[in-house]
Design a protein around this ligand. Structure first.
Ligand code: ATP
Ligand code: MG
Ligand code: MG
Length: 291
């Protein structure tokens, strides 16, 4: 269990510790305007936000308010702080998609596939049976092999999403979901996330449905491969909401390639499984609501 308090935020006269569930701590700062945060600028992500501000997805992503250079000379995106309207919020980051690396990252890893002892060690620490007989004998695995395997230890490869982190209203947070894989394990984590706030489940279901419907009509969504992006779930005793965040690995598709975000990914077809994740999240929250 890790506790982050990278900085304090003030918005609507409230002062609260800002919560960051993923990424490097140095990537975020309080913004110059109340209710905004700064994220280290990545040009690809900036381009996505510029397009998103003109897309029907706009109400489902943090508002992009331009970029700026801080005193230390670093470039940042200025984004709406999604926690601003909540009081002691519970926050969950779910990374969407059946893979979290780009096709080009896999291709690069395949260029000189050396045997990696460090990756073999990481693999057997999680699952001693994961390496093949030959990999055991060589005490090494290649990087592409490791990358593909890594998506199978969480729910990413099977459910099309995984939990990256959860922070509850008591301030306790956990990033310990790397091997939360089965539907039952995911449901247990979600139940803990909403514990004490049963009113939020129907709100999350409605928002997930709205997101799915908008995605199907979004030009941004039809023209992009969305990798490593998350849904940020936020609730408190009154409200609950979900937004799409993190577009650092979201790429415009090559003009000759079309994807439906649902078909199985095979190397080279660019499918991201984004809608597989959304539909499974909807199913799971619906099941939790019925129980
Ligand atoms: P990674 O690629 O490792 O996921 P990253 O550096 O790209 O990390 P993000 O995923 O964009 O960063 O954000 C990290 C965390 O910061 C999120 O999980 C969330 O807790 C918080 N966060 C990001 N953007 C916002 C926002 N606009 N409002 C509130 N919280 C945010
Ligand atoms: Mg992220
Ligand atoms: Mg990212």
């Amino acid at each position: 269990i890790v506790q982050w308090t990278p900085f304090f935020q003030t918005y609507k006269k409230q002062r609260y510790p800002w919560v960051q569930l993923a990424g490097h701590q140095g990537n975020f700062k309080a913004g110059p305007e109340p209710g905004t945060i700064l994220k280290k600028l990545c040009p690809k992500e900036q381009l996505c936000f510029q397009v998103l501000m003109k897309d029907i997805l706009r109400p489902y992503v943090p508002e992009y308010k331009g970029h700026l250079t801080t005193d230390d000379g670093d470039l940042y995106l200025q984004l709406e702080d999604l926690l601003g309207d909540f009081t002691s919020p519970c926050v969950m980051d779910c990374k969407i998609g059946v893979r979290t690396y780009l096709e080009e990252e896999l291709a690069k890893a395949k260029e000189k596939p050396k045997l990696r002892k460090d990756m073999y060690e990481k693999m057997i620490q999680i699952d001693p049976n994961a390496p093949s007989e030959e990999e055991h004998r060589l005490k090494g695995v290649t990087k592409p092999r490791y990358m593909v395997w890594r998506e199978t230890i969480s729910s990413t490869a099977t459910l099309g999403f995984r939990i990256e982190g959860i922070k509850k209203s008591d301030g306790k947070s956990s990033k310990d979901f790397k091997t939360t894989k089965n539907r039952d394990q995911v449901i247990e984590a979600f139940r803990d996330f909403v514990a004490g706030f049963p009113h939020v489940i129907p709100k999350y279901i409605n928002r997930l449905r709205a997101i799915r419907d908008i995605l199907l009509d979004s030009k941004f969504f039809t023209t992009h491969e969305v990798i490593g992006s998350s849904l940020l779930f936020v609730h408190d005793s009154k409200n609950a909401n979900i937004w799409l965040i993190d577009f650092a690995k979201t790429l415009i598709l090559p003009s000759d390639i079309r994807i439906n975000h649902t078909s199985e990914w095979v190397v080279g077809n660019h499918e991201d499984g984004y809608l597989i994740g959304i539909n499974n999240l909807l199913d799971i929250f619906t099941e939790m609501n019925a129980a």
